[in-house]
Design a protein around this ligand. Structure first.
Ligand code: NAD
Length: 263
């Protein structure tokens, strides 16, 4: 945290997330250096100019926008919070290189509740045998969302795998090592039958749904549902700003919301 006003480069400043962040950041007395591609045709030039003055970069744009931003950040590294979803392996490789020089966080969901859901999911997956409990993840988002399944659904898959791996680690010492499980992405119409131990993911798109994720652990005679429902996207902006403030005191490296929230 800092009481001294800082310059924050806000990339995607005119977008839905960008407007929330602008209100939060300027409301706390910090200065936003806004970059909005729909108003400024020379995005590269605007980035280079603002990166000279910025102490922090916050990105909620698009994968194409993040490609451009990372290219400029690798020339002029500044601590950054990356919230754009749908990123590729190439983005993550660039982020790894950048993290050798500055602290950064890239997260598909900055809400406190969703990050708690990740921890609870890993805990449940470690406790429930995959032979007895099928895992299905269902996510719903508004009609404008471009990527599917959501980045958060993919991180939830990783949480299930992490939880299972930790319990398989305990089991393997007793001679019951398990292989990694396949992940099924269901389209409309669903599939018939499912391999034991697989993790299904389904995406629903429509209306103004801000973001909902449910992890089902479906057994015979009982089931567990862990759900998170976002009703206002300001929670993502609040979380991203909290992450930005936390990053200011950190060494170069790649951090997660788990680090920020102490989960
Ligand atoms: P939006 O469509 O309202 O805004 C997108 C912004 O990005 C606009 O300012 C647009 O001009 C800019 N942009 C798009 N393409 C660009 C390019 N090629 N170069 C430069 N700028 C470009 O979208 P939004 O709802 O604000 O979401 C933005 C991103 O953040 C999406 O990827 C979304 O999935 C993600 N998101 C992440 C979280 C999270 O917690 N990590 C939460 C909500 C949204």
């Amino acid at each position: 945290m800092t009481d001294t006003p800082i310059n924050v480069l806000l990339f995607g400043a005119g977008g839905r997330m960008g407007r929330h962040l602008f209100r939060i950041i300027s409301g706390e007395g910090h200065r936003c250096l806004e970059v909005e591609a729909r108003q400024d045709p020379d995005v590269r030039g605007a980035l280079d100019e603002h990166l000279l003055k910025a102490s922090m970069v916050i990105d909620f744009s698009s994968p194409e926008g993040t490609t451009l931003l990372l290219e400029r950040l690798l020339v002029r590294p500044v601590p950054c919070v990356i919230g754009t979803t749908g990123l590729t392996a190439a983005h993550h490789e660039a982020l790894d290189v950048l993290a050798e020089r500055v602290p950064l966080i890239c997260a598909s969901n900055f809400s406190v509740g969703l990050n708690l859901l990740l921890s609870l999911t890993a805990q449940a997956a470690g406790a429930l045998a995959p032979e007895s409990f099928d895992v299905e993840i269902v996510e719903a988002h508004h009609r404008h969302k471009k990527d599917a399944p959501s980045g958060s659904a993919q991180v939830l898959v990783a949480s299930v795998e992490t939880g299972r791996a930790s319990s398989a680690g305990r089991a393997s010492s007793a001679g019951r090592a398990r292989k990694p499980d396949p992940v099924l992405f269901h389209g409309p119409g669903m599939t018939d039958g499912r391999p034991t131990g697989s993790i299904g993911v389904a995406a629903v798109r429509g209306g103004d749904v801000v973001g909902e994720h449910t992890v089902f652990f479906l057994g015979d005679g009982e089931r567990i549902e862990l759900s998170h429902r976002a009703t206002d996207r300001v929670i993502f902006a609040n979380g991203a700003w909290r992450a930005a403030m936390w990053l200011l005191g950190q060494q170069p490296g790649r951090y997660t919301m788990k680090n920020v929230l102490g989960l």
